[in-house]
Design a protein around this ligand. Sequence first.
Ligand code: SAM
Ligand code: SF4
Length: 399
Amino acid sequence: MNKILEYLKYCKHSNIILTGGMKIFDTITEYYIEKGIQPSYPLYLSLSVTSMCNGQCLLCSSESKKFWSGEIDKANPLLKKRLVELSENNPPVVFILSGGEPLLFPTRCKEYLEIFYDTSVIFGLFSNLALDLDYKRLKIVEILEERPFSFIQTSIDSIDKNEHELLRKGTNLAVILSNIKYLKRKNIKIKVNTTISPYNYKSIMDIVKYVFNEGIESLHINPVLPFGRAKDKIDERLCIEIVDALIKVVSSREFNNIKEHSITFPSELIPLSYIGSKYEDILEVYDNSKKMKNKFLSHQFVCGISHENCTCGIGWFPEIYISLEDKKIEEAFRIALSYGKKYYYATCEKCYQYYNCDFESSYTGKCLMMELYNKIEYILNYNTPLSEEESIRRKCLMN
Ligand SMILES: C[S@@+](CC[C@H](N)C(=O)[O-])C[C@H]1O[C@@H](n2cnc3c(N)ncnc32)[C@H](O)[C@@H]1O
Ligand code: SF4
């Protein structure tokens, strides 16, 4: 049995999550998934405070724009109204400020967070932390600090200065690390998010060791997804090396000793694990019958809204955007969901594994199971010179 299947088998009996980025998100959605309940409003609401960023990361999925200082640091009144309606009727469980870089507009951030002040909503801030933590920005930290479970998610893709400059262009590693050190003293939960790609997979353990040594409580590692600037920049031939690096990470003492550690394996892992494995071993790991009923994609829980154009989209990677000009967030969520149904199984339905793999954790953006199937069929049909040679050799051996 190959290494991947062995790991996946172990995963089933441990606390390590195989897919799904956020531990908190998983904990919340678990109940709904188990009971087969589809919520009628978003449980996880993410607000893009700006599409502008002080960084210009090579593989940024949100294709952030360069920062222009002329834009006013104020909340969008219509969006504020929509969020007030939501907070009065169906406040989400988690409310995230993201972007771009949200801390470029701290007053906006503050105004949006204050809408949920009287609720028990958990706040999250996604920031590159490559900025000076001035008075206004620290006010946001203070708001987060006051709430249990709230957190700041920051991104570290390398601990090496040169690798960092290649991947996270425009951001300063020393500033980020010093801000993390400062925030750790401030009783705020720090969650490090690492995007693994062909550019950093060899040095990924250095990040794991850094997080462990600094006593940071949460680390999530996910493969770079082929969206935004990352589209067409991914060398899929390296997928196997990346999976190998991820297996090294999950086998390490440091990773397992970080309080919250999670990893997203790319769904390409499934076809890879088929290669050279025994059928019984495969069946032991991928039990389709159980998952079939309860499979939900992020569309069912996640909603992203935008400060700039007052729209709403569902799932980590929305397919359509609904205007909030004339609709409440819950209505827009339900409309998007009704369209989204056709993307319920975003991957193809051509193989028996489509319940296991999902588009949201796909590294190459295509189904490797089908690629593998086609290749095997091609070889079996003696369509390659090599198989022709092999058939001649076998004939010779038989005679
Ligand atoms: C788009 S950023 C916005 C927040 C902030 N600017 C930052 O970098 O932390 C949110 C998260 O997405 C991750 N990310 C960016 N591009 C990605 C990609 N192509 N695939 C997977 N994750 C990506 C980043 O590492 C970051 O943790
Ligand atoms: S810092 Fe975040 S938003 Fe900015 S370019 Fe990098 S990943 Fe994109």
